[in-house]
Design a protein around this ligand. Structure first.
Ligand code: NAI
Length: 720
């Protein structure tokens, strides 16, 4: 017999405490043993309930219960969906029995309860939580393309009302701290100690000897109404429009299914409501999007943050004193994230005033955090005291990790490294945050080229989770390992790529920007171009993105690539129609981008950016391209550029490519990343190649699939 994952203890007061404590794992997660233990436990409660005053469910682990086992979920196919659903039904049935035993059941939440964990809690009659600042509560299934399928929709809708449940819990999968969870209403009470938690649970049991859920009481009505109550019905037509707005027009199945399940299940009794929830859950779990998202947001991320691309056999490194050269937008952000995680930072610029301005950026972010109740004055002072603003290279003495973030110029970068190379520790990492200059060339400016590496952050540094690490020709494995460790230290996700102009991310996103601009040049209306990107699931439209980057900068980067080719005697980069559009925008129309307040968009002071009406006269707007073609032109061109990066050895890991594309450059999350998009395309790689050839015939040679892709398609392989 397998050991139970639930401990049963009955006290003299006839209260049964069920302690969730899987003996085989460090955390409680839903698996077959849990479903079985839960079933046995509920059967025993049912048998013995005449002698039981009430039940307390708690956990012996640090967290209460973490959710489902994604390894099982990702394997579900239409053929075995019913089997999985039956397992789910068993659990759902047991949770339903638990809430209808006729005796009070209280959940004592000692820590995090997410997904299935919160669903257990929701089936109890009361939730008392420990005031644990690390604990998180929520139903994050939507972020993996799923929905909470063990009654999570049915119960939150009944507890909070349809609108509140959708907006505050279900549609965005918010992970809430204890105060927020209390405010939203998914927990009932917060206490300061474990003893108090149990005492409060017992108090509730004694005060409510015959307990049932509000929705099992006669005459119960869902707060805020249902589609059959007139007031709610009047608001219902706005639901799909709000959903579209929230999803920016993108076609994600999970939020749509969640909304449909919530609205439909609110109109029937609880048992039928479960059936509706289950139907929508099976639809998602057997579909491709959930698999893509689980793959990227769980398995790929776990592999990367677990050190998959870090050289083994190098001892773990902790950066103690970090030198940041250049206190502009990027340098200031890097100083902030480094000091926030407890390392000393020396922030150097050409003048102390500039450096202090960079330090002020941290002050502003910390003040903002204080105003939101997320930071204390004491911690703020502690973080600020770690940052030394200076113009003096000598202050970099003792630095073990350098990150340069001065203007994008090889000469200047060489100069600032030379100033500090002999001051910092002899084995200090010399990192550059360049966004486009080849690392091997930059390394030529220092004596110890094996200590040199690219460490490419994304803006704004405090918000963007990705860092792209770029190895130059001579970068040593120790320096790569140290850089990897530093990224994890500052809680970022590092991907590792090899040196090339634009590395991986800048190169891939460049093709997306160019494709949108090319469509504009073909006479497609600017609004349609932006809409295509949004419908494909990109966070921003192409034209807005290029305004941010600035067309002057983009033209300079392509000019530099042409100069490189001339110098190296390699073929020049092929002519791209986007270049002509950008030249016209910059040279004829004097509209280079957001910085100047005028690009593809107008940027009125204090107002909202609006597409510039003059685009119609400049490029026309009468060309019509099917929406599907527009979306796929953007997705395909990026995916194929990623394949070229594999061909050229710029990137070697599929997980790095997928995660880099989603978290660094906004490739749509539902795809599972730029390579997963190809792997799962309808018809597999063969289907992808055929569609690429079709796009090439219609829109230009740049859509011809790269040789590596064709070869893999012919062999029936995928990218692994
Ligand atoms: P920025 O113009 O905001 O800041 C550059 C700073 O370097 C200025 O404060 C300037 O005074 C300082 N500086 C110039 N000469 C110096 C010297 N000799 N010693 C010390 N400091 C000096 O530029 P930003 O945007 O922060 O970019 C910096 C680097 O990061 C560039 O290489 C850029 O390509 C790269 N990058 C920029 C991203 C962005 O979104 N802005 C994203 C990723 C990388």
């Amino acid at each position: 017999m397998t050991e139970s994952t639930i401990r049963w203890e009955k006290g003299a007061d006839n209260i049964v405490t069920l302690t969730l404590d899987d003996p085989q794992q460090s955390a409680n997660t839903m698996n077959d043993r849990y479903t079985k233990s839960m079933h046995d436990t509920v059967e025993r409660l049912e048998k013995e309930k005449a002698d039981i005053a009430g039940v307390i469910i708690t956990s012996a682990k640090k967290t209460f219960f973490a959710g489902g086992d994604l390894r099982d979920l990702i394997k579900v196919k239409p053929e075995n969906a019913q089997e999985m659903a039956d397992g789910g039904k068993l659990l759902k049935g047991d949770l339903r029995k638990l809430e209808t035993l006729g005796i009070p059941v209280v959940c004592a939440l000692n820590g995090t309860a997410l997904g299935g964990g919160l669903e257990i809690a929701l089936s109890c009659h009361r939730r008392v939580a420990l005031n644990n600042p690390k604990a998180q509560f929520g139903l994050p299934e939507v972020s993996l393309g799923l929905l909470p399928g063990a009654g999570g929709i049915v119960r939150t809708v009944r507890m909070l009302g349809i609108q509140n449940a959708l907006m505050n819990v279900l549609m965005q999968g918010q992970r809430m701290k204890v105060d927020k969870a209390l405010k939203v209403g998914i927990i009932d009470e917060v206490v300061d100690s474990e003893e108090e938690m149990i005492a409060k649970a017992k108090e509730f049991i004694l005060a409510n000897p015959k307990c049932q859920q509000p929705w099992d009481e006669k005459g119960y009505k869902i707060p805020g109404g249902t589609p059959s109550t007139p007031k709610f019905a009047a608001n219902l037509p706005a639901f799909p429009a709000n959903l579209r707005k929230q999803l920016k027009g993108a076609n994600y199945p999970a939020p749509k299914n969640i909304m449909a399940a919530a609205v439909e299940s609110a109109q029937v009794d609880v048992d039928n409501a479960f059936k509706i929830e289950e139907r929508y859950f099976i639809d998602l779990v057997t579909g491709q999007v959930a698999k893509n998202m689980i793959n990227a947001f769980f398995f790929n991320l776990q592999a990367i943050n677990g050190g998959a691309s870090r050289p083994k056999d190098v001892p773990k490194f902790t950066a103690k004193k970090v030198g940041v050269l250049g206190a502009g937008m990027m340098g200031a952000g890097i100083a902030y994230v480094t000091a926030m995680t407890g390392s000393e930072v020396v922030l150097k610029d050409i003048s102390v005033e500039n450096a202090e301005k960079g330090k002020d950026y941290s002050r502003k972010l910390l003040d903002k955090a204080i105003s939101r109740g997320k930071m204390t004055e004491e911690k703020k002072e502690q973080v600020l005291s770690l940052i030394t603003a200076t113009a003096d290279a000598k202050d970099l003495e003792g630095v073990d990790f350098v990150i340069e973030a001065v203007f994008e110029s090889t000469e200047l970068k060489h100069k600032v490294f030379q100033e500090i190379e002999d001051v910092v520790l002899p084995d200090a990492v010399l990192g550059s945050n360049t966004s486009s200059l080849p690392i091997t060339g930059l390394a030529k400016g220092v004596k110890k080229q094996d200590n040199f590496i690219g460490i490419h952050f994304f803006s704004p540094v405090d918000k963007m989770p990705l860092v792209e690490i770029i190895c130059g020709k001579d970068t040593s494995p120790e320096v790569l390992a140290k850089t990897y460790d530093y990224c994890l230290q500052i809680r970022k996700t590092p991907i590792v790529v090899n040196d090339a102009r634009g590395f991986f991310t800048t190169r891939v996103i460049g093709t997306f920007a160019n494709e949108g601009i090319a469509m504009l040049g073909e006479g497609v209306s600017a609004a349609s171009v932006e809409q295509a990107a949004q419908q494909a699931g990109y966070p921003v439209g192409t034209l807005k993105l290029i305004d941010e980057i600035n067309m002057g900068t983009a033209l300079k980067i392509s000019k530099a690539a042409e100069d490189d080719a001339k110098r190296d005697g390699t073929p020049p980069p092929p002519h791209h129609p986007a270049g002509d559009v950008m030249k016209k925008m910059v040279e004829e129309l004097d509209r280079p981008g957001k910085l100047q307040g005028k690009g593809f968009y107008d940027y009125p002071e204090g107002g909202k950016a609006k597409l510039w009406p003059g685009l119609k006269d400049a490029f026309g707007d009468s060309t019509e391209i099917p929406m599907e073609d527009m979306k796929e032109r953007m997705l395909f061109i990026e995916a194929m550029e990623a394949v070229k990066c594999f061909e050229e050895g710029v990137i070697e890991s599929v997980a790095d490519a997928n995660i880099g594309s989603i978290f660094g450059i906004g490739f749509p999350g539902w795809t599972g990343g730029v390579i997963q998009y190809i792997n799962q395309y309808e018809g597999g790689l063969k289907g992808f190649v055929t569609r690429a050839q079709e796009l090439a015939a219609k829109y230009g040679d740049r859509f011809n699939p790269p040789a590596l892709l064709v070869e893999k398609a012919e062999k029936g392989e995928i990218f692994e």
